[in-house]
Ligand binder design. Structure first.
Ligand code: UD1
Length: 366
C-alpha cells in the first residue's frame, strides 16, 4: 500500500488538489490518500465553499494554524505538521503551488526524509521580494519529484541545478478543475444575477502585499480602475487582506456611489469562474487567474511588473501591464487589437492523471 499525504492551505491550493484527489481515489485499493488542511485560510468563503463545490473529500486532518506573520505562520504549520508525518509515515508528501503552507510542509517532509512531490514547480517571477517566489525556489530545491505546467519551468529548474530526471511536464491541474466545472459555472448566469450585461463589465481582484498593504499604492491602482470604469462598470470581489484598503479609500466610495464599482464578498469557485467567463476584461494581480483567463479566452490585465507564468502572455490573453495607472489604461485600450489566445500545451484537463501515473511509477521503482 502506498501512503500519500496531500497538503492544502490557502484558497488557490484547493482547486489544485481536487483533481489529484479524484485520480488517487481511482486507486483506493493500492493507495491510501490523506488530505491535510493547514488552516492558513479558514473563512468559509476562502476555504469550505471550495471543498463543497469541487467535491473534494473533507480534509482528514486540519492543523488550524490561522493567520499570523509569514514567519510565525510558516513555523506554526511546520510544528503542527511534523507529528502528522510521524504518525502517518507517508511514502510521499504532495504539495501544490507557492503559499506559505507549501514551503512549510515541504521542509518538514524533507527533514523527516519523506519523498516530496511539488505540483506547479519551476515557475519564477525572478522577484525575490514576493513571498511566493521564496516559497517556490526553496520548495523546488528540496523536492524529489517536480511537476511542471509549462516548458519554461524546466529551463528555470535546470538553471538552479535540479536534475532533469526529477522534472515531469504534466500540464496544469488548475485547468483540469476549470475544464471540469466550466459548464456548471456558466449555468449559474452570474452576470445576469448581478444585473450585469455579459461582456460589458470588468472583474477586478487584488491581494498581493505589494499592491494592497500600502494605501497610496492601492489608491494609485484605483485611479486606473476609475478611468476604465467610464467604459465598463467594474465588479470587485474583495479579498480579506484588501478590505481595510477599500474601506479607507475615498475614491472607492465615490466609484461605488456612482455605480462604477461594485464591491462583493469573496466568491465561491463556480460563481467566480462564471463572473470571469462573461467579463469584457479581468484585472488582477493573482497568478492562477492569469491561467484561467487564458483558457476562458477572456482578456486579462495583470497589475504587476512580472509574471511567473509567461505562457499566459506568449500563448494566452494576458498582458502584464505593471502598476502605473497610464500603463494599465493603455493595456485596456489595446485589448481590441490583440489576437485571440491559444491553448497552452497539455492544458487539456488530464494533468492530474499524469501526476498520479508518475507517483505510482516512482513508488514502484523505489
Ligand atoms: C495567500 C498566499 C498567496 C495567495 C493568496 C490567495 C502566502 C505567502 N500567500 O495570501 O500566495 O495568492 O493566499 O488568497 O502564502 N484572512 C481572513 N480569512 C482567511 C484567511 C486570511 O480574513 O480565511 C485575512 C487575515 O487577516 C490574514 C490576511 O487575510 O492576515 C492574509 O492572509 P494570508 O494567508 O497571510 O495571506 P494571503 O494574503 O491570503
Amino acid at each position: 500500500m502506498q501512503r500519500i499525504v496531500t497538503v492544502a492551505g490557502a484558497r488557490p491550493n484547493f482547486m489544485k488538489i481536487a483533481p489529484i484527489a479524484r485520480q488517487l481515489a481511482r486507486f483506493a485499493d493500492t493507495v491510501r490518500h490523506t488530505i491535510v488542511h493547514t488552516g492558513q485560510h479558514y473563512d468559509r468563503k476562502m476555504s469550505e465553499v471550495f471543498f463543497d463545490q469541487l467535491g473534494i473529500p473533507e480534509p482528514d486532518i486540519n492543523l488550524n494554524v490561522g493567520s499570523a506573520s509569514h514567519t510565525a505562520q510558516t513555523a506554526a504549520v511546520m510544528t503542527a505538521f511534523e507529528p502528522v508525518i510521524d504518525s502517518l509515515r507517508p511514502d510521499t508528501v504532495v504539495v501544490v503551488g507557492d503559499v506559505n503552507s507549501t514551503l512549510a510542509c515541504a521542509l518538514v517532509a524533507a527533514k523527516r526524509g519523506v519523498r516530496l512531490a511539488h505540483v506547479e514547480a519551476g515557475l519564477r517571477s525572478f522577484d525575490r521580494t514576493m513571498p511566493e517566489e521564496i516559497n517556490r525556489v526553496l520548495t523546488d530545491q528540496i523536492s524529489d519529484v517536480l511537476f511542471t505546467t509549462e516548458r519554461t519551468a524546466a529551463v528555470n529548474l535546470a538553471r538552479e541545478g535540479i536534475p532533469e530526471h526529477r522534472v515531469h511536464f504534466v500540464g496544469n491541474v488548475m485547468i483540469d478543475t476549470l475544464l471540469a466545472h466550466r459548464e456548471r459555472a456558466r449555468a449559474l448566469a452570474v452576470a445576469q444575477q448581478y444585473g450585469l450585461q455579459p461582456r460589458a463589465y470588468g472583474t477586478l481582484t487584488l491581494h498581493r502585499p505589494s499592491n494592497v498593504d500600502d494605501q497610496s499604492m492601492f489608491d494609485s491602482l484605483l485611479t486606473a480602475i476609475a478611468d476604465i470604469s467610464r467604459d465598463v462598470p467594474i465588479v470587485f470581489p474583495v479579498h480579506p487582506r484588501t478590505r481595510p484598503r477599500v474601506l479607507a479609500s475615498p475614491l472607492a466610495s465615490t466609484l461605488v456611489e456612482r455605480g462604477a464599482l461594485r464591491l462583493l464578498e469573496p466568491l465561491g469557485y463556480l460563481e467566480f469562474i462564471g463572473l470571469m467567463d462573461s467579463s469584457a476584461v479581468v484585472l488582477t494581480d493573482s497568478g492562477g487567474i492569469q491561467e484561467e483567463t487564458t483558457i476562458l479566452q477572456v482578456p486579462c490585465l495583470t497589475l504587476r511588473t512580472t509574471t511567473e507564468r509567461p505562457i499566459t502572455v506568449s500563448a494566452g490573453t494576458n498582458q502584464v501591464v505593471g502598476t502605473q495607472p497610464a500603463d494599465i489604461v493603455a493595456g485596456w485600450r489595446r485589448i481590441g487589437s490583440r489576437p485571440p489566445g491559444t491553448v497552452p500545451e497539455l492544458w487539456d484537463g488530464r494533468a492530474a492523471e499524469r501526476i498520479v501515473d508518475v507517483l505510482r511509477q516512482v513508488f514502484i521503482a523505489a
